[in-house]
Design a protein around this ligand. Structure first.
Ligand SMILES: C[S@@+](CC[C@H](N)C(=O)[O-])C[C@H]1O[C@@H](n2cnc3c(N)ncnc32)[C@H](O)[C@@H]1O
Length: 245
């Protein structure tokens, strides 16, 4: 497993094909739950940490919030920029590794959605992302972390799946090892075969809560899915935490 796998995989065209169900309508549900549960002023400053193709940033910018959106993938950032331009939306897109991102701005709300956390090898580096969020928030600002529920994943891991998407045959092999969930994605398209990897640290809810509280956040609300269901360790697919500085 390449330790910085995320630099390659998210920069491919195939990423958006494999995760095509993670679309704007999915993002609408996320934003509905978030805006229904945080208190931010109209025209607030929002940072999307790891914005991908910009699906959340664009919905938020349409609502007249001031958006900064950071991502490491040049490909995804340029798709996001194009989508914003098509709608004449002003979004400050930044192509950067979140570890290196610096600004004098402070934000009312920071979002980190769809498992954009836990990619690094060491907990120190992973927790530094939470610290960065804390540092970049105004007093009383909100941070939303959307991660998988590790306990649920352990019980419900689908070890193999295959599908045909966008003319590509996609085989995904998943396993849990050394407290990480890894996925090998094998794509065959027009006779060409390519292989990618994902590897994410499986944080338990307690580990995330401890890390977040040690940094100084209060846990404001916790949900188990984007319908707003209560978090249940065994049955919730997601761990969605709304944290307050
Ligand atoms: C699973 S995707 C989620 C994207 C977006 N939040 C969404 O919901 O569509 C994870 C994103 O994290 C970005 N990413 C990974 N490592 C990063 C890093 N070190 N700094 C900034 N972005 C990173 C990837 O490029 C990718 O866009």
């Amino acid at each position: 497993m390449k330790s910085e796998w995320f630099k390659d995989w998210f920069n491919t065209q195939e990423y958006l094909n494999v995760y095509q169900h993670r679309n704007e309508s999915d993002a609408e549900d996320h934003i509905k739950l978030i805006l229904g549960n945080v208190k931010i002023p109209s025209g607030a400053k929002i940072l999307d940490m790891a914005c991908g193709a910009g699906r959340h940033a664009i919905i938020l910018a349409r609502k007249n919030f001031h958006l900064t959106a950071v991502d490491l993938s040049e490909n995804l950032i340029s798709i996001a920029e194009q989508s914003a331009q098509n709608e004449n939306l002003k979004i400050n897109f930044v192509h950067s590794d979140i570890r290196k991102y610096e600004t004098n701005d402070k934000f009312d709300l920071i979002i980190n959605l769809f498992t954009s956390f836990g990619y690094f090898e060491s907990d120190e580096e992973n927790y530094a992302v939470l610290q960065k969020a804390y540092h970049l928030l105004v007093e009383n600002g909100f941070f939303v972390l959307d991660f998988f529920n590790s306990e649920f994943l352990r019980q419900n891991l689908v070890e193999f799946s295959e599908e045909n998407l966008g003319g590509a045959e996609i085989h995904q092999y998943r396993k849990i090892k050394n407290n990480r969930v890894t996925k090998k994605i094998v794509i065959t398209k027009n006779g060409n075969l390519s292989t990618y990897e994902e590897s994410v640290r499986m944080f338990s809810k307690d580990e995330i809560v401890n890390a977040i509280q040690n940094i100084g956040f209060d846990i404001y609300k916790t949900f188990g899915d984007f319908l707003g269901s209560e978090f249940d360790k065994l049955s919730s697919p997601r761990l969605i935490m709304i944290c307050k500085k």
